[in-house]
Design a protein around this ligand. Structure first.
Ligand SMILES: [Zn+2]
Length: 645
């Protein structure tokens, strides 16, 4: 999809007089059958060849170049016009030179025809040549043998310029020789290593690589003719070259013979879970997948795709205050008039609130150290992990009662453990009542374990897990004192809570664990109180605790049913769909699917824990909005009024 369909071919035109930048003009056309009808070319005014020393003005006021292009087959000289009005096809990336060149074929295109007539371009095509006796496929193969294009490609693809003018990069292993031209560094001299340079100067202004100043390194012998004055290439490779296959090297990083040993790497590839920023999805993944497909085609990698799952993590954003002319204002200069109005305290100008990527110039950055200093490191961790799914944008703030809310939970949480040291006195409670409360507590505890595990394993949603653990905390607080003093189930809940929340707030959890170690005198199933918190096992569910089948759309579980855990691993997708379709709430589920125009897409199974049927929008279904028309609502209101009066 990213690369687009290969719905056209590339074409290369030699220039009648090569320029410093170009020997060729390259373009892309979806009409290779009109190849022999090309009479002229257009380039956009932002094309690098459209420069003043090459431009001539024609009598009609249109600009053309003083050099011509040469037809790749017939050798006809083709004038090159600078014309932004021509049809360059869909504008995908303005900087792609291939799309800034277009062919003119008056025979099949009326715009080109009237352009040619107006600007006196000869439209005569000699159709008696041997070329005209060939079909399009033969013409394309002729182009390929001449190395002048003819390859099926997509208009979205272009050459990748990998050279960068930076010191930190992989050296390009090429030596330039006056006699031999560009010569590859012999394999036994690879890798070319970077020289150590003091004071690496940024080259952004000069456009010259810092390595150009490493004269001793740069001067070398030509591997072909022995010329002592040959020069090493001083540009280095784009970092995307390395990042497109680093995951293969990491798996075999001690290998001194080759980049990686396929047998070693193929045992572990593909990567199970890949986490990165959104820019990964746009550029790096594109190149990494391309290289992996290439390695696969060469038989070096058995997996076609490099990554099984990818989470593009959301960006952290800060609150900005901006005046109407786009000037950012620091928070201390903002006066709040009411809920919807804020003004600049000095100029009294109205200030708009927005959320944007944190930046010094926008005065919206938050230094984590400030939060650590004010609230402690565990609070800061909890704040960071809380509230949003990893994919979502994070609007970072401590306002709106967020700090108070978290601190409040911390108090309740800490108190659960501290009160073990100095327990309150028991009240009167019947055995029956005790057992009932304990049973409900057990249900709550197991449900928390199930849900927390589900959220983390299926969605990596630590924030959802935290909500469940906060719920358990509040539940435990309300448990009657008799249970707190005598129930093993209660103590076990305290252990479970610490083990599950431990990775989020490790320092505090470890401290509270030491209280459990001192205060609990009995044996707690599944735990070894002689060992520290992080030596404990993650809480397990009893075997009779049911698994779940869920139906999910976006982030909404719209149907759910329990199923025996022993059954789940053997069930096929069809079985699971059938089970869910026969469940008690099937009508509700059917309505949801119809209302949202959904279709079953795929099954995600988590061992014997749960099976999630993932639904997506069905593109073939048009959703009819079923909300009440406004007019009718108004009518009913008026009729009510009438009744009242
Ligand atoms: Zn040479």
């Amino acid at each position: 999809m990213w690369m687009g369909d290969c719905n056209g071919i590339n074409l290369l035109f030699k220039l009648s007089i090569p320029t410093a930048e170009f020997d060729f003009l390259e373009t892309f056309t979806t009409t290779p059958e009109s190849l022999l009808d090309i009479t002229h070319l257009y380039i956009r005014s932002n094309h690098k060849l459209a420069r003043s020393d090459l431009i001539q003005e024609t009598e009609n006021g249109i600009k053309r170049l003083s050099i011509n292009a040469i037809h790749p087959l017939t050798d006809r000289l083709l004038p090159i016009f600078i014309n932004d009005e021509a049809d360059y096809g869909p504008k995908i990336r303005a900087n792609m030179s291939m799309l800034n060149v277009q062919i003119g074929t008056p025979k099949s295109n009326s715009y080109d025809e009237s352009f040619a007539n107006k600007h006196k371009v000869s439209t005569v095509i000699d159709s008696s040549t041997h070329w005209h006796k060939m079909d399009t496929e033969t013409l394309l193969s002729e182009l390929r043998s001449r190395e002048l294009g003819g390859y099926r490609t997509s208009g979205k693809l272009s050459d990748w310029c990998i050279s960068r003018q930076r010191y930190w990069g992989t050296p390009i292993p090429i030596i330039h020789c006056d006699q031999c031209g560009s010569v590859p560094v012999p394999e036994n001299e690879l890798p070319v290593r970077l020289p150590s340079i003091e004071n690496i100067r940024s080259s952004s202004k000069t456009g010259i690589s810092p390595l150009a100043n490493a004269h001793a390194w740069k001067k070398t012998q030509c591997p072909k003719c022995g010329n002592e004055n040959a020069k090493r290439e001083t540009d280095t490779m784009d970092t995307f070259v390395d990042s497109s296959w680093y995951f293969l090297r990491y798996l075999d990083n001690e290998n001194t013979e080759k980049p990686f040993e396929p047998n070693t790497v193929n045992k572990l590839m593909p990567v199970d879970l890949y986490i990165g920023g959104l820019e990964h999805a746009l550029t790096h993944l594109f190149v990494a997948r391309f290289i992996q497909h290439f390695m696969h085609s060469k038989g070096l990698c058995t997996s076609l795709e490099p990554f099984k799952r990818f989470i593009p993590i959301g960006m952290v954003q800060g609150k900005t205050y901006k005046t109407s002319n786009g000037q950012y204002v620091t928070k201390d200069k903002v006066l709040t008039i009411d809920k919807n109005t804020m003004i600049h305290s000095l100029t009294k100008e109205r200030v708009e609130v927005d959320w944007e990527k944190m930046s010094k110039s926008k005065y919206n950055g938050t230094d984590p150290q400030e939060i650590i200093d004010a609230y402690g490191v565990d609070f800061t961790r909890l704040l960071m992990l809380n509230f949003v799914h990893p994919r979502s944008l994070r609007n970072f703030t401590l306002e709106d009662g967020i700090a108070e809310g978290l601190q409040n939970w911390f108090k309740i949480f800490i108190n659960l453990y501290v009160e073990l040291i100095d327990p309150r006195t028991k009240t009167v409670m019947s055995n029956e009542e005790f057992q009932q409360i304990e049973l409900a507590l057990r249900e709550q505890r197991l449900n928390t374990i199930y849900t927390v595990t589900f959220y983390i394993d299926s969605f990596f949603s630590v924030a959802s897990a935290i909500i469940e653990l906060q719920k358990l905390t509040r539940y435990l607080r309300k448990v009657p004192i008799n249970i707190k003093r005598e129930s093993n189930e209660y103590l076990r809940s305290l252990c479970d809570l610490l083990v599950m929340i431990g990775p989020v707030i490790p320092a505090l959890s470890s401290e509270l664990w030491t209280i459990l170690q001192k205060q609990i005198k009995t044996n707690i199933d599944g735990y070894d109180l002689n060992k520290n918190l992080f030596a404990q096992n993650y809480p397990l569910l009893p075997n009779d605790y049911p698994a779940k089948i869920n139906a999910l759309y976006d982030t909404t579980v719209f149907a759910s049913m329990p199923i025996a855990r022993s059954l789940l691993p053997t069930l096929t997708t069809t079985d699971i769909l059938q089970q869910l379709n026969n469940n008690d709430n099937q009508l509700q589920m059917k309505t949801f699917i119809e209302k949202n125009g959904l279709k079953f897409d795929r099954l995600r199974k988590l061992d014997d824990y749960c099976a999630t049927l993932i639904y997506e929008r069905d593109p073939n279904v048009t959703i009819v909005e079923q909300s009440e028309p406004l007019v009718e609502k108004k009518k009913s209101k008026t009729s009510k009024k009438k009744q009242v009066s």
